[in-house]
Design a protein around this ligand. Structure first.
Ligand SMILES: Cc1cc2nc3c(=O)[nH]c(=O)nc-3n(C[C@H](O)[C@H](O)[C@H](O)COP(=O)(O)O)c2cc1C
Length: 223
C-alpha cells in the first residue's frame, strides 16, 4: 500500500485490541520518524507500551479504549510549528496505515505522562496521535463537497480536483474542514485556514493530502 492508497482507507480509530506492535514494525516506524525529524527539524517521538496516558476518565470521555502506544508531537517553538506538526504527523499516520496500523489525532483527552517523552528547552509539546491495532478500521464520515472548499473546483483541471478530493479525506479537528483552496494563474495553489480550534494543525495535514492527490510536480504553493 502506498501513502496515496492509505488516504482512501484511513479513518480515525479510538479503540484498540491488546496486541503489541511487532518488533519489525517498530523498527520501520522508528526509521520513518527518524527521517522525518532529520528533514523537518522536529522532535517527534514514538511511545510504545505506555498505558497511563489513556487510562483515566478523560480517555473514556473521549471514547478511547485500549491505547498503549502513541506518537508525541514535539518541536522547536516557532510560528509555523503547528502547520509543520500537522504535515509531518499526518505523513506518519499514513505510513502507519500502510503497515496495517490504526491511529487517531488527539488534542485533548489524554494525560501528560512525565518521562514518557522528552521536551527539551525551547521546544513545545502539542498533542499526540494514538497508534495500534484497532478493534475495527474506522468508518466513513460526513464531508464537505469540493465546491464548498474551493470556488474553482468545478472548472479546474483534474490534478487540482484530485488534490481537493484528497484534502477532503484528511482528518481535521472535530471534522471541521475549515479551509479554503484557491487555484490562481499558472498552477499556483493557495490554501488558507479558516479560524477554528487547531485549524493550523489541520492546515498542515490538509496540505500533505492535497500534495498526494494533485502531485507535487503539477503546482507550487503560494501565500
Ligand atoms: C488536530 C486534530 C485534533 C483532534 N483531536 C481529537 C480529540 O481530542 N479527540 C478525538 O476523539 N478526536 C480528535 N481528532 C479526530 C477528529 O475528530 C477526526 O479526524 C475527524 O472527526 C474526522 O474523522 P476521520 O479522521 O475518521 O476522517 C482530532 C483530529 C485532528 C486533526
Amino acid at each position: 500500500m502506498t501513502l496515496e492508497e492509505a488516504v482512501d482507507v484511513r479513518h480515525s480509530v479510538r479503540q484498540y485490541v491488546d496486541k503489541p506492535i511487532e518488533e519489525e514494525k517498530r523498527q520501520k516506524l522508528n526509521a520513518f520518524v527518524d527521517d522525518i525529524n532529520q528533514e523537518s527539524g522536529l522532535h517527534i517521538q514514538l511511545v510504545y507500551d505506555e498505558r497511563k496516558a489513556f487510562a483515566g476518565g478523560l480517555a473514556s470521555y473521549g471514547k478511547f479504549k485500549g491505547v498503549s502506544n502513541y506518537i508525541a508531537l514535539v518541536g522547536k517553538k516557532s510560528k509555523d510549528l503547528e502547520e509543520k506538526i500537522g504535515y509531518y504527523g499526518e505523513k506518519i499516520v499514513l505510513y502507519a496505515k500502510t503497515l496495517g496500523l490504526n491511529t487517531c489525532w488527539v488534542a485533548l483527552t489524554f494525560k501528560n505522562i512525565k518521562n514518557a517523552y522528552q521536551v527539551k528547552k525551547g521546544e513545545k509539546f502539542l498533542m499526540v496521535i494514538s497508534l495500534g491495532y484497532g478493534v475495527h478500521n474506522g468508518f466513513a464520515r460526513k464531508s464537505k463537497k469540493g465546491e464548498e472548499v474551493s470556488k474553482e473546483y468545478e472548472t479546474a483541471p483534474k490534478w487540482f480536483r484530485n488534490g481537493v478530493d484528497f484534502a477532503l479525506k484528511a482528518p481535521t479537528a472535530i471534522n471541521q474542514q475549515k479551509f479554503a483552496i484557491t487555484l490562481s494563474e499558472e498552477n499556483k495553489v493557495k490554501i488558507k485556514a479558516i479560524f477554528g480550534p487547531y485549524s493550523k494543525v489541520d492546515l498542515g495535514i490538509v496540505k500533505l493530502h492535497f500534495e498526494l492527490g494533485a502531485g507535487k510536480e503539477n503546482f507550487t504553493w503560494v501565500d
